[in-house]
Design a protein around this ligand. Structure first.
Ligand SMILES: Nc1ncnc2c1ncn2[C@@H]1O[C@H](COP(=O)(O)OP(=O)(O)OP(=O)(O)O)[C@@H](O)[C@H]1O
Ligand SMILES: [Mg+2]
Length: 370
């Protein structure tokens, strides 16, 4: 059992407040990912759960027990740090056994738990090596093993993969997910890599400047970002944004871009969110802006002319930086064939998937009133 609950938690370093009134329940067995830009308070939040930082206000509960004054070692949590923090002079076995030896656990039990962890993580061949003689991925597994032998109920990971190359990162990402499915331990995982965030999380917490900006499943957050910040932070590249004004004309509701590059009639599902003369920020993902073809199913009124400014082939798809007038935006196209630089093309905007934000509050109009 490992439910973690933060209730109105605040953190100040001197006069500077870095976590503001944070309330959050991580359910037993859940994989929760904290994501957000550098300095938004992810590590600080994790360190408060681990007991490495005191709370300035609020309460922290693990399994419904108040933890504010409980020492890190007695919280039943295990933390894996970004730099792994392995002891260089000890072998893998000794690194894995260290915390149990400190707790004066019996020798036989130590051996048994170390072997269990080493088997689970494919480390049995390396038990006599020192960390210097291991690859980055192997070190990362030793760091996880140290958390596993503690039989912790809560695992805390602070960007554990950020020192690895791209290939190893994706391999270890799979390992971590498999491990979680097997161990079912409550996990709080910090990253600013959104691929990790999307693929690992049961639920995501998007943080901004010490506050929760949105909490939801990865698909919820991706499909219905609550704010402009989330819309541009989640998804790679982020949403394209256009400043627009709404105009009613008869039964039609028009969305007019400020520099005049488009005048779209909104689908009725979106039209009902706005009123005449309202200023809105329209957001649309690059994958919903594509080079038009006769049979793409997009209304002719939702097509505009654009010029290819930059081509970024990614293999089976590619990103185009497009311009219409002075406005630049990104289109993601599938397939290996890319248009030429400078080519004039027609682009289809799939307005069924667009979002409308209030430019003042930056809130998605789908979320207002909820
Ligand atoms: N011990 C400290 N003393 C003073 N300020 C601190 C201390 N630790 C962190 N901070 C500040 O608190 C803020 C949040 O830091 P934190 O390390 O939690 O960010 P983060 O989201 O983990 O960022 P990153 O993605 O760069 O690791 C930052 O502005 C940081 O400078
Ligand atoms: Mg950090």
């Amino acid at each position: 059992m490992g439910e973690v609950a933060l209730l109105n938690v605040e953190k100040k370093f001197g006069e500077t407040q870095v976590v503001h009134n944070m309330s959050l329940v991580v359910q037993d067995g859940e994989f929760l990912v904290l994501v957000g830009p550098s300095g938004c308070g992810k590590s600080t939040t994790l360190r408060m759960i681990a007991g490495l930082e005191e709370l300035s206000a609020g309460n922290l509960f693990i399994n419904k027990k108040l933890m504010n004054e409980v020492a890190p070692i007695d919280r039943g949590v295990a933390m894996v740090f970004q730099d792994y923090a392995l002891y260089p002079h000890m072998t893998v076995f000794e690194n894995l056994a260290f915390s149990l030896r400190l707790k004066k656990v019996e020798k036989e039990i130590i051996k048994q738990r170390v072997m269990e962890a080493a088997t689970m993580l494919d480390l049995t061949e390396y038990l006599n090596r020192r960390p210097a003689a291991l690859s980055g991925g192997q070190r990362q597994r030793v760091a996880m093993g140290r958390a596993i032998v503690k039989k912790a109920t809560v695992f805390l990971f602070d960007e554990p993969l950020s020192n690895l190359d791209a290939k190893l990162r994706s391999k270890m990402r799979v390992e971590i997910k498999k491990f979680h499915l097997k161990a079912k331990a409550t996990t709080v995982y910090v990253t600013h890599d959104q691929l990790e965030a999307m693929t690992l999380a049961d639920r995501l917490v998007v943080m901004r400047a010490g506050r929760i900006e949105q909490l939801g499943t990865p698909m919820d957050v991706f499909e219905t970002p609550r704010t402009l910040f989330v819309a541009t932070f989640i998804g790679s590249p982020g949403m394209n944004l256009f400043n627009c004004e709404v105009r009613k004309s008869g039964n039609d509701i028009h969305l007019i871009e400020e520099s005049g590059i488009f005048n779209f009639v909104l689908p009725s599902s979106k039209g009902q969110l706005v009123h005449d003369k309202m200023k809105v920020t329209m957001g649309i993902r690059p994958s919903d802006v594509f080079i038009s073809s006769e049979d793409d199913g997009i209304d002719n009124g939702w097509k505009i002319a654009g010029k290819v400014e930059l081509v970024e082939p990614l293999g089976k798809n590619g990103l185009l930086t497009m311009s219409s007038g002075k406005k630049e935006y990104i289109s993601e196209i599938m397939g290996r064939k890319m248009p030429a630089l400078g080519q004039e093309v027609t682009l289809s905007f799939n307005l069924h998937h667009m979002h409308l934000f209030d430019p003042k509050t930056e809130i998605n109009l789908l979320h207002t009133g909820q």
